[in-house]
Design a protein around this ligand. Structure first.
Ligand code: ADP
Ligand code: MN
Ligand code: MN
Ligand code: MN
Ligand code: MN
Length: 361
């Protein structure tokens, strides 16, 4: 589906990608900017540890925070502290992707470094072994900013045939979806599946279960890989919660959650207790569950309304859904359906921990 420019670019590139690197590794440092978008830049690492790279082997680096709205121009150095390392599916061995936290020159966490708080909460409550599974919905756009494969004038036929669709005219961009899936597996991302969504050109992938801070790290890396793969195919990724107004489904980041107490017999009382706590802080949660979520959480198109909290077994119109088989067994996990597709997984998983177990000391 990609046009020839992108295909030939990739084929030419392969000739150079095969060249010997003379013992050096390319490290792509990745961070999150002021707008919840990923940024990255490359650094040559001249020594490759025999037992593989660990974050502590990699130097702290920096970037111009004034160019990303993360720092003022007169004090623009922003520091990148490596926190996780993954094999690089684009460049191959021995090259790596380095997820980094942003820190200010005075040694305080950058305003947009939501990982720092999240990690403290995960650390404080680690004994509950919190597991998360995130369902990232997103929409592919072409370079003219139309949803990929939509007619130049007008709209596709109404929703119905597209969800988990098979066949031309029903799904678009399966090449990008599969390339991303493979890239995630190569990088060690715990991607648990993909599916075409209800709106044409909209897809979902799931990551999890992941324990603690690993959830945010893995989802951000999966997002980076999605933007990076789609870049090669000439498609734009949108995580807007309501990319097309009207009778078209919005996009969410359903957050599945369990603790070790919830996952064993008698777990339902822990699930219910957690849901009660979530009910008491509905507004605080909505505040960090993504921007523009009011356009999505209308109470229609498989959502609960933004101004009311509700829960139910197998209810896709509620804020919280308890899966049918969990209710039948009496233990398992629950799904918070409120987060928008553009929410920050560190903020989402962090506030869930804070609400259910209390602030970090
Ligand atoms: P849905 O039926 O809502 O579309 P999906 O199958 O798309 O659900 O996603 C479910 C997610 O929940 C997956 O990422 C999966 O790994 C995760 N998950 C499964 N079991 C648990 C659990 N016990 N705790 C937390 N997450 C879980
Ligand atoms: Mn420069
Ligand atoms: Mn799903
Ligand atoms: Mn979905
Ligand atoms: Mn779901």
């Amino acid at each position: 589906m990609a046009d020839n420019h992108y295909v030939s670019y990739t084929e030419n590139l392969m000739k150079y990608m095969k060249l010997d690197q003379k013992g050096n590794a390319m490290a792509e440092y990745i961070w999150i900017d002021a707008h919840g978008h990923v940024r990255s830049k490359s650094k040559t690492v001249t020594e490759i540890p025999k037992d593989g790279f660990k974050p502590e082997d990699l130097p702290v680096w920096n970037f111009d925070g004034s160019s990303t709205d993360q720092a003022p121009g007169d004090n623009s150095d922003t520091y990148l502290r490596p926190v996780a390392v993954y094999p690089d599916p684009m460049r191959g061995v021995p090259n790596i992707l380095v997820l980094a936290e942003c820190w200010n020159a005075d040694g305080t966490p950058n305003k947009f470094n939501h990982r720092h708080e999240c990690a403290k909460l995960m650390e404080a409550h680690a004994d509950h072994k919190p597991w998360f599974g995130l369902e990232q919905e997103y929409t592919l756009f072409d370079m003219e900013d139309r949803p990929y494969g939509w007619p130049k004038n007008g709209f596709p036929a109404p929703q119905g045939p597209y969800y988990c669709g098979v066949g031309a005219g029903r799904v678009m961009c399966r090449d990008i979806v599969d390339a991303h899936y493979k890239a995630c597996l190569y990088a060690g991302i715990k991607i648990s599946g993909t599916n075409a969504e209800v709106m044409p050109a909209q897809w979902e992938f799931q990551v999890g279960p992941c324990e603690g801070i690993e959830m945010g790290d893995q989802l951000w890396m999966a997002r980076f890989l999605l933007h990076r793969v789609a870049e090669e195919f000439g498609a734009k990724i949108s995580v807007q919660p309501k990319p097309i107004p009207g009778d078209w489904n919005g996009a969410g980041l359903h957050t599945n959650f369990s603790t070790k107490e919830m996952r064993v017999e008698g777990g339902m009382k822990h699930i219910e207790a957690a849901i009660k706590k979530l009910e008491g802080r509905h507004k605080e949660h909505i505040a960090v569950y993504g921007e523009g979520n009011d356009l999505r959480l209308t109470g229609r198109h498989e959502t609960g309304a933004i101004d009311s909290f509700s829960y139910g077994v197998a209810n896709r119109g509620a804020s919280i859904r308890i899966p049918r088989d969990c209710a039948a067994k009496g233990y398992g996990y629950f799904e918070d359906r409120r987060p928008a597709s553009n929410g920050d997984p560190y903020q989402i998983t962090g506030i869930m921990m804070e609400t259910i177990f209390g602030a970090a000391k």
